[in-house]
Write a protein that binds this ligand. Structure first.
Ligand SMILES: NC(=O)c1ccc[n+]([C@@H]2O[C@H](COP(=O)([O-])OP(=O)(O)OC[C@H]3O[C@@H](n4cnc5c(N)ncnc54)[C@H](O)[C@@H]3O)[C@@H](O)[C@H]2O)c1
Ligand SMILES: O=C(O)[C@H](O)COP(=O)(O)O
Length: 613
């Protein structure tokens, strides 16, 4: 098994490395600026926040930015009330700016000064906010479940991690749904208001019973399933609709999963628990209300936007919907003169689903821990726009993560010609069952390794796939199943570039692709194949690749040329097709040779050298 060191991925400990200018993929790469052979550096950069503005990047590396705002500590902006325990945790780690009820303009002005932003449902974290952050904002923490107020696409493009607190308010939301269900059925709110207005209207507020009635739970996730459990205890029959919920989980608590139409047409009560997404927006419209049982009662503690509120009003007015209980609204707060809010058959609460002391404490701690973890560089388990990879998987993959980036960096440096890189194939050789090998991070790191040296983009695990797509890079992955120990996650990683020319003839495989392969030996990344040549050389530090015709004296010749340049060779590996035929040398060097130096013999004995980091 690989080392159990947790993989730190987000917050660079040091300033980001100087970027080369933005050459075309095909530009000459005879020698390449090397980066220090620092593993931590690579780890830190796995999740380094990108910036669209090179200037912002130069001036706002994490360490520099944190230092600029106070003693090297990051700064967290909290824009909505957060439980004290969570704030306390944040304050132990960061400077915390609690600024509530900011206008959009005020938020944009503040966001470029902070490393993390913590919000609830009222703060709209739009594309403009990410743009205004100019690359500094690394994490948005949503203290709650719904992330419909955060522009996830813009966050991803900006390489900003979004984390939420998905579990701590589940029970509170479920309890609120049940409270609204019962209150609606028994007219509690209306009767309360009437009595307080000096009236005694017992016959007006005759309710309906819950026992024996059918409740359709729309969205059988965390809250939906807890509502189902509780409603069962009230003697209701529960059906649920959720296209993605496992049937077994529903069955285990005695709930049948049914189609959308069956759910809405058979239920006496309907409780909404799906997220607001483009596909659920206004899913309850005139057409769906028309399919419901006459006199149905509806509870919504999910999101106002899943209901077409005008259509609901019409359905209430024409009696299709007898009553509704709403905690959430399309616009929050809803307009003061909202007909829906003032409808006599509607019970409303101002988005209180998560508002219990217990839930708010839990959510605050959950989000504080997620944000701190992300700022420290841990991949958050509650990441919304990045692969959620459990810590043990990350630990185990950590040396391969470094290998993947190194191979990406290496392969791009042997490209030449004007066509640019279009197709990348990553091949994983492993004895593991494919389902037990999560390669998303590895793919992201290959992309990072390929794109960063040839562009001004900063790639991290959040935006790797997005940036690759933007640049027209087609990434495919393949597995080679090996008969070995599944204890070791991977035997090797190959990176192939198709349809490109190489300035290093030795890097071309028989199929004409540029191909490199590496593996992890004793925790360090090693290059084991270049083109068709087997080599074995560490990928830590600088690497010089030379193509030659196998003949006596070459190794000594190269060694002495490097010696004359004061470049120390730390090891060397020669791969050849056959004695006296083509060969390559992979040479680990302590210093970076002068730019043109690897072109050491023009009579084609050593035809080309490529210096890599
Ligand atoms: N009112 C509040 O204060 C409050 C509190 C907590 C959660 N919420 C909201 O409740 C909703 C559910 O939260 P959760 O924690 O249970 O989330 P969840 O992700 O655990 O569950 C959502 C479920 O909806 C399902 N779903 C997705 N699309 C669907 C569709 N078209 N039809 C039916 N089901 C669909 C998903 O498969 C998932 O099982 C979210 O919108 C969340 O924002 C509101
Ligand atoms: O999605 C959620 O978690 C709830 O809607 C709670 O939102 P809030 O944090 O604004 O109360």
């Amino acid at each position: 098994m690989a080392s159990a060191t947790p993989l730190r991925v987000l917050f660079p400990a040091a300033a980001a490395p100087a970027r080369p200018p933005d050459p075309a993929v095909s530009s000459s790469l005879t020698t390449h600026r090397t980066l220090p052979p620092q593993r931590n550096h690579l780890r830190a950069n796995l999740f380094t926040s990108p910036s669209r503005s090179p200037k912002a990047r130069r001036t706002l590396t994490a360490a520099a930015a944190a230092a600029a705002v106070g003693g090297g500590r990051p700064t967290v902006l909290v824009t909505e009330k957060l439980g004290p325990a969570g704030l306390e945790l944040l304050r132990e780690f960061a400077n915390v700016d609690c600024s509530y009820e900011l206008t959009a303009e005020e938020l944009r002005a503040k966001v470029s000064l902070v490393d993390a932003l913590v919000v609830r449902s009222a703060t709209r974290v739009t594309r403009e906010v990410f743009e205004a952050a100019r690359g500094r904002l690394r994490v948005v923490g949503r203290a709650g479940v719904g992330i419909d107020n955060v522009d996830l696409q813009a966050a991803t493009e900006a390489g900003c991690l979004v984390v939420n607190a998905p579990t701590a308010n589940t029970v509170a939301a479920a309890e609120h749904a049940v409270a609204l269900l019962a209150a609606m059925a028994r007219n509690v709110a209306q009767a309360d208001a009437s009595l307080k207005a000096g009236k005694w209207q017992r016959s007006k507020f005759i309710g309906v019973s819950l026992v024996g009635k059918t409740l359709a739970v729309m969205g059988f996730g965390k809250v939906g399933s807890e509502v189902a459990r509780r409603a069962k205890g009230l003697g209701m029959d529960i059906i649920a609709h959720d296209p993605y919920a496992p049937v077994d989980r529903a069955r285990a608590i005695g709930v049948d999963l049914v189609s959308f139409d069956e759910a809405i047409s058979t239920a006496d009560f309907i409780s909404l628990h799906m997220p607001l997404t483009p596909s659920t927006e206004k899913i309850f419209d005139d057409e769906t209300f028309a399919k419901m049982k006459q006199g149905v009662r509806i509870v919504n503690v999910a999101r106002g936007g899943v209901v077409d509120e005008d259509a609901l009003l019409r359905a209430l007015d024409n009696g299709t919907v007898a009553q509704a209980a709403l905690d959430v609204f399309t616009e929050e707060p809803p307009p003061k003169d909202s007909k829906l809010v003032h409808h006599e058959n509607v019970t409303v609460t101002p988005h209180l689903g998560a508002s219990t002391t217990e839930a708010q404490e839990g959510v605050a701690v959950e989000i504080a821990e997620a944000v701190i973890g992300a700022l420290r560089g841990d991949l958050a388990a509650t990441a919304v726009n990045a692969p959620m990879v459990p810590n043990e998987v990350l630990s185990e993959l950590s040396p391969y993560v470094i290998l993947a980036e190194k191979l990406g960096r290496l392969v791009v440096q042997v490209v030449s010609g004007g066509s640019g890189i279009k197709r990348v194939k990553v091949v994983y050789s492993s004895a593991r069952d494919p389902d037990d090998l999560d390669t998303r991070i590895l793919r992201a790191m290959v992309i990072k390794g390929i794109i960063e040296p040839i562009s001004s983009a900063f790639i991290n695990i959040v935006n790797a796939d997005y940036v690759a797509k933007q640049r027209g890079l087609q990434i495919t992955e393949e597995r080679i199943w090996l008969d070995g120990s599944p204890e070791v996650p991977l035997d090797s990683i190959q990176v192939h570039l198709a349809n490109v020319e190489s300035k290093f003839a030795g890097a071309l495989s028989d199929a004409g692709d540029i191909r490199v392969e590496g593996k992890v030996n004793d925790g360090t990344p090693h290059l084991i194949l270049v083109g068709s040549f087997n080599v074995d050389v560490s990928l830590e530090g600088n690497l010089l690749l030379c193509c030659q015709v196998d003949q006596p004296g070459i190794i000594g010749k190269v060694g002495s040329i490097l010696g004359n340049m004061n470049v120390n060779v730390n090891f060397m590996s020669v791969g050849r097709t056959a004695p006296g035929k083509e060969a390559i040398m992979a040479i680990g060097v302590d210093e970076e040779p002068e730019k043109e130096s690897p072109q050491i013999d023009r009579r084609n004995t050593v035809c080309c050298g490529v210096c890599l980091s």
